[in-house]
Ligand binder design. Sequence first.
Ligand code: AMP
Length: 114
Amino acid sequence: MSTTDCIFCKIVAGDIPATKVVETDHVIAFRDIAPKAPVHVLVASKQHVPNVAAAAREIPDVLAEMAQVAQQIADAECDGEYRLIFNTGATAGQSVFHVHGHVLGGAALGWEPA
Ligand code: AMP
C-alpha cells in the first residue's frame, strides 16, 4: 500500500531520488537530505504506515527488520553506536507520516532531537 502524496512512498517507488544505503524486500534506508549528525540515515518500511506504533501493530516483522538494518548501518559507519529516533506526531517533530527511524551517529550526540 502506498499513498500518492507521500514523499517516502515516492522514494520507495524510485520516483524521486535518494542516496540509498540499504535496500531489502521490505525496508529501505537512505541518507537524510538535511543531516543533523555525521551519520544520519533514515530507515523506512516500503509499505506505507504512518508511524512506529502502526508499524508495530500492522507490520511487526518489518519493524524488527528496520531495527536490524539500523544496526547494520551503524556497524558499517559509526562503530555500532547510534541513536534510533522515531518522531511521532507533528508536535514531536514528525514531518513525514510514513514510518522511519533516524539513525544518528558518528559524533558525541547531545539531547537535541532529529
Ligand atoms: P521527521 O521530521 O521525523 O518526519 O523526519 C523526516 C526527515 O526526512 C527529515 O529529517 C528530513 O530532512 C528528511 N527528508 C525529507 N525529504 C527528504 C528526501 N527527499 N530525502 C531524504 N530525506 C528527506
